[in-house]
Design a protein around this ligand. Structure first.
Ligand SMILES: Nc1ncnc2c1ncn2[C@@H]1O[C@H](COP(=O)(O)OP(=O)(O)OP(=O)(O)O)[C@@H](O)[C@H]1O
Ligand SMILES: [Mg+2]
Length: 274
């Protein structure tokens, strides 16, 4: 059994033990609070008294509030909710990148994550260097990295751009490489935040097919997305997050229907329109 709690090193790799428990992820009474120091806006009178010394206050944002759930092995679960609902925070905490403020996350299996753009790659390094260094940092041997590199570069279809610094990539190109790395790591558990939305239509379709292939391979997948069609078509179940809490968990169709009703979408038609 591999177990991760707040105190452990998030960069550590975890050996797969898929049969040890019925679930791949177990989240127990998890809360995540961000604390940000902000400048308190002084009144003129206060400024005169303090003569230029600024006062800082701590603003707390309770992004995830006492959330508990389990994800059985082999389940593809979607996470929906409005902007700021706490989806990315939940995913980052599940991935071990962000420590819980309270509660714990247990992971049973090897995790690969694809988080929102801007995480993981270094802009001054080329795509090739990022893939190699990332692979080695994830604990792969040089031979394993070399073997995976071919598959990653082929899927991303970036051609000569693999030898260019990643700061020269468009966001879609960046997203392609990130997606390609995540799916080629052969994880037991794949956590994806909004990955399907960055590429162009053809790459989105290719990614979608790849995701479907992975769901068929009994991988456990957590997919955060505003693409409700993806949630419906790829996921067995879905969680609807609202203001840091789970307001619903059910099969994907039921959750998407309820969420769409909540959003009071005026335009009729397919989920793809929204
Ligand atoms: N690094 C941070 N520091 C402080 N507050 C943060 C930070 N990241 C997120 N938050 C706050 O936490 C709350 C949840 O944010 P989160 O990014 O998890 O939402 P989300 O559901 O992923 O939204 P979106 O659909 O826009 O991606 C928001 O109120 C946000 O302002
Ligand atoms: Mg988010």
């Amino acid at each position: 059994m591999s177990l991760r709690s707040a105190s452990e090193n998030p960069a550590a790799t975890f050996e797969p033990t898929p049969d040890a428990t019925p679930w791949a992820v177990k989240v127990d009474n998890l809360s995540v609070t961000y604390r940000t120091a902000v400048e308190k806006k002084p009144t003129l009178k206060q400024t005169l008294i303090r003569l230029g010394r600024r006062q800082r206050i701590i603003r707390e944002i309770k992004a995830v509030r006492d959330v508990s759930f389990e994800i059985p092995h082999g389940t593809t679960i979607g996470v929906v909710g409005v902007n700021g609902a706490g989806k990315s925070t939940l995913l980052r905490t599940m991935a071990g990148i962000l420590p819980p403020s309270q509660g714990r996350v247990e992971i049973f299996g090897r995790v690969s994550t694809l988080l929102a753009l801007g995480v993981g790659f270094k802009g001054e390094l080329t795509g090739q260097e990022n893939v190699v260094l990332g692979g080695l940092a994830a604990g792969l041997t040089r031979e394993q990295v070399a073997a995976k590199y071919e598959a990653i570069a082929e899927f991303a279809e970036l051609g000569d751009f693999m030898e260019m610094p990643m700061r020269t990539y468009s966001s879609g190109m960046y997203g392609r490489l990130a997606f390609s790395v995540a799916i080629n790591m052969d994880p037991d558990i794949l956590m994806i935040d909004e990955a399907l939305s960055t590429g162009d239509a053809r790459f989105r379709e290719k990614s979608f097919d790849k995701m479907r292939e992975l769901t068929g391979k009994a991988r456990t997948i957590v997919l955060v997305s505003h693409g409700l069609r993806s949630i419906r078509e790829l996921c067995d179940e879905a969680i609807w997050m609202h203001e840091g809490r789970i307001s619903m968990r059910d099969d994907a169709d039921t959750v998407v229907d309820a969420y769409k009703e909540f959003l009071q979408l005026k335009r009729e038609g397919s989920d793809d329109d929204i």
